[in-house]
Design a protein around this ligand. Structure first.
Ligand code: NAI
Length: 723
């Protein structure tokens, strides 16, 4: 604001700056009204409005906020704790104050207009927007509907169809879209000054003697049609809102707002907000958002500066190597790919180009942009091409000897200080590091398939890795927009190690009498997009079969081993790619049909082992599946493979399809009560004490009346205390 000297509160720390421009009082919000600030900012706003109301010379109020329009709830600011989510009371009063103000209130929107900022903006009587404005109900991702009347107001400004699509879809409206939808009265030009444009517009309004225009005075043309539109939107959004509670609450509030007078519309909205705020889903979604952020906070990244990375090498151009190359190119890096021979190299390059061609076909990339990107890509069969790279990611076959040979080559050609990373899924990275004379530079970068899309990146830290190598890996992850999680070295690290155990629980269920189809259905019913046997068919049954054969020699002879999958693989049924696996796939279909022959194979295996099949309810299936997951998760934390329970949650949310609205397995376990999980494990141990050994950490926490969240909180406190 230009002339602050005339402001009654020229203190920059004030929540609000105000300045009189003739008949217009301009109010500049200095801070977004969230969290602790909400009451302060809203009270200051109310006070300014009161003064403007009392002052006969003031004929209109201009609300300006700039970045402070972004009042979305920040999961990190509340450390994932839903008890700290604001109750919205002060915001409701401020919005009501704006709405009922007897003189016109005009808001000028720019940049991100979200959460509490969006509520204030919608309460204003008129809105102008700079092209930079993006209007989004960002708190939707945290399971929260608008707190302060935003739904009822959106309905009145936009109509039912557009309001429901916006509120349920969770996507931002551009300034132009908001204008087209009737939410914004005028789109300003790029470079317009918000204050000057707002004053000019206010001047016009006053010249036309336009009065206040509250949302409550906007009437819906046809409530019947509005209800029909809400029904249609409910259908349209059904798939994307599967399992989520907020969409249903939003629709309930919108229906109330269509059918009831204004006061009841607001009350109905407050009721659904309060219900959502106190819900398990909000707690889980807030935890999920926080866990993904907090996972990037690791001791090495605080202790050491990352090494600079401009160009990277990728060894292997198969499924993973190509995806990693694309992820690196998309992050603006120079990439050199190495393959075994010219033919494999051509395939690797084609794998990279295929991704960009797909984007071009969908109209999401231009030929020129592809050419510009590929100009940063080089390919060679000669390792000498890696002499100058800052970091190499190896993605060759999953075979220790092959990987060790690659790392010995890397040691020979790479410059001193280059980070040497492996994308291995299971192998011992300490043993890979030992193949070089520079184990301090070696680290695991475990991407998930497809590597350019999946957010999760396990950063696996071997014993001798230098802290700045770990810091470099986290910096690279940030540059690639990944969710990095620190893991220690063990068979399968965090995710695949835990997966192996709950997959085993699923196999035991199958051998004891549940069909793979019942198990998959139970897991989908829990909220996963797919069940474990569908995943096996998708990934290819041969991959797991090869791993099982590799591990046969080291398997504990006392451990129960289910051979049903082996019997299926022996028939050459490897899943989708062979048209048959646990399911049958008709030509080209991605979803399979149950297969009687698979059921017969399972029955024969049970008979061979003398197992009398029993039936399992979906609930019992999930209790076993989740108990296995949580128990192994606790062991992973106890051994320091994961730093905190939240790291396990971040892995399962980002890489394994765990339903986000359940917050991750460890959060879910806390919500059930750890004593319940432990009691289940102890009961299952009556059948198989070797498999169902309760984690010490789990027993300790139960004995102390604590939960996993207490370990997360303890880690967060230590972090706050570390400079
Ligand atoms: P892939 O078989 O598709 O690709 C491996 C590539 O490495 C082949 O193109 C092969 O020609 C090349 N290669 C083999 N030896 C080489 C050498 N000495 N020098 C240069 N290139 C060589 O395998 P994929 O699926 O890409 O897996 C690669 C690695 O990534 C494995 O360690 C795997 O465990 C890991 N991984 C795989 C995931 C997946 O979903 N496929 C997920 C995460 C990790």
């Amino acid at each position: 604001m230009s002339d602050l000297a005339s402001s009654p509160n020229p203190n920059a720390a004030a929540p609000l700056l105000w300045q009189q421009h003739g008949p217009v009082l301009a109010l500049q919000l200095q801070r977004a009204p969230v969290l602790a600030d909400q009451a302060v900012v809203c009270a200051a706003l109310q006070q300014a409005l009161q003064q403007a109301q009392d002052d006969a010379a003031t004929q209109a109020v201009l609300l300006l906020a700039g970045p402070a329009w972004d009042g979305a709830l920040d999961a990190a600011a509340v450390q994932g704790d839903a008890a700290r989510t604001p109750d919205g009371q002060a915001l409701r009063a401020a919005c009501q104050g704006i709405e009922a103000f007897p003189k016109p209130v005009i808001a000028v929107l720019q940049q991100r207009v979200q959460g509490a900022g969006l509520e204030l903006a919608l309460a204003a009587h008129y809105r102008l927007a700079l092209p930079s404005a993006r209007l989004a109900w960002a708190d939707w991702a945290l399971g929260l509907p608008p707190a302060a009347g935003g739904m009822a107001r959106a309905l009145r400004w936009m109509g039912a169809e557009a309001a429901a699509a916006w509120l349920l879809g969770g996507k931002a409206l551009t300034a132009q879209q908001a204008c087209d939808a009737g939410l914004v009265d005028q789109l300003l030009a790029d470079g317009d000054d918000a204050l000057a444009a707002g004053l000019a517009w206010a001047g016009q309004l006053l010249a036309q003697q336009a009065g206040p225009r509250p949302a409550s005075a906007q009437l819906l043309a046809s409530p019947e049609q509005a209800l029909a539109e809400l029904d249609a939107q409910e259908q349209a959004q059904r798939k994307s809102s599967r399992g989520l509670q907020a969409p249903g609450l939003i629709l309930q509030a919108l229906r109330t707002a269509v059918q009831q007078p204004w006061a009841q519309a607001l009350a109905g909205q407050q009721a659904v907000f309060e219900q959502a705020r106190g819900s398990a889903q909000h707690a889980a979604l807030l935890h999920a958002a926080w866990a993904e952020r907090a996972a990037a906070q690791v001791p090495e990244a605080r202790a050491a500066a990352p090494r600079p990375v401009h160009c990277i090498g990728v060894v292997g151009g198969g499924t993973m190597g190509a995806g990693i190359a694309v992820a690196a190119l998309n992050a603006g890096l120079l990439v050199t790919m190495i393959e075994r021979d010219a033919q494999a190299l051509a395939r690797g390059q084609a794998n990279v180009e295929k991704v960009y061609d797909g984007l071009i076909a969908k109209g999401r990339m231009s030929e020129q942009a592809k050419a510009d990107t590929m100009a940063r890509f080089a390919a060679s069969t000669d390792y000498a091409a890696l002499a100058e790279v800052d970091l190499v990611i190896e993605a060759v076959f999953e075979d220790l000897a092959v990987k060790q040979a690659v790392f010995a080559q890397l040691e020979r050609v790479c410059k001193p200080g280059a980070v040497l990373a492996t994308n291995t899924s299971y192998l011992d990275i300490d043993a890979i590091a030992a193949a070089t004379g520079r184990p301090q530079d070696v680290i695991g970068l475990h991407f998930f398939s497809p590597a350019h899309i999946m957010k999760l990146l396990e950063i696996v830290v071997p014993a001798q890795a230098a802290p700045d190598v770990v810091a470099t890996a986290f910096a690279l992850a940030a540059r690639m927009k990944k969710t990095p999680v620190r893991a220690g070295v063990c068979d399968g690290f965090i995710g695949n190690r835990i997966l192996a155990v709950y997959k085993q629980a699923a196999d035991y269920l199958m051998e004891d009498g549940a069909s793979p189809y019942e198990i998959d259905a139970a897991v989908r019913g829990f909220g996963y997009p797919m069940g474990p046997f569908q995943v096996t068919d998708l990934a290819g049954g041969d991959i797991g079969w090869a791993t099982r054969k590799r591990r046969a020699a080291t398997r504990d002879p006392r451990a129960r081993y289910v051979e049903i999958a082996d019997r299926i693989c022996e028939r050459g049924w490897f899943g989708q790619k062979t048209g048959r696996g646990f399911y049958r796939y008709v030509e080209g279909a991605r979803s399979g049909q149950p297969d009687e022959e698979v059921l017969a194979i399972a029955a024969a295996e049970r008979a061979r082992k003398g197992i009398t099949p029993r039936s399992f309810s979906a609930d019992e299936i999930m209790r076993r599946y989740m108990a296995a997951m949580v128990n192994e998760g606790a062991k992973v934390v106890q051994e320091g493979i994961a730093l905190r329970p939240l790291d396990v949650d971040a892995v399962f949310l980002g890489g394994y399809g765990f339903p986000r609205w359940r917050g991750g397995p460890m959060h879910w376990a806390d919500a059930q009560g750890l004593q319940t999980i432990l009691a289940d494990i102890q009961a299952f141990a009556q059948e198989d004490a070797l498999f169902w050994q309760p984690a010490q950490l789990l027993q300790q926490l139960v004995a102390q009346g604590r939960n996993f969240a207490s370990l997360n909180a303890a880690a967060a406190t230590t972090e706050e205390q570390t400079p």
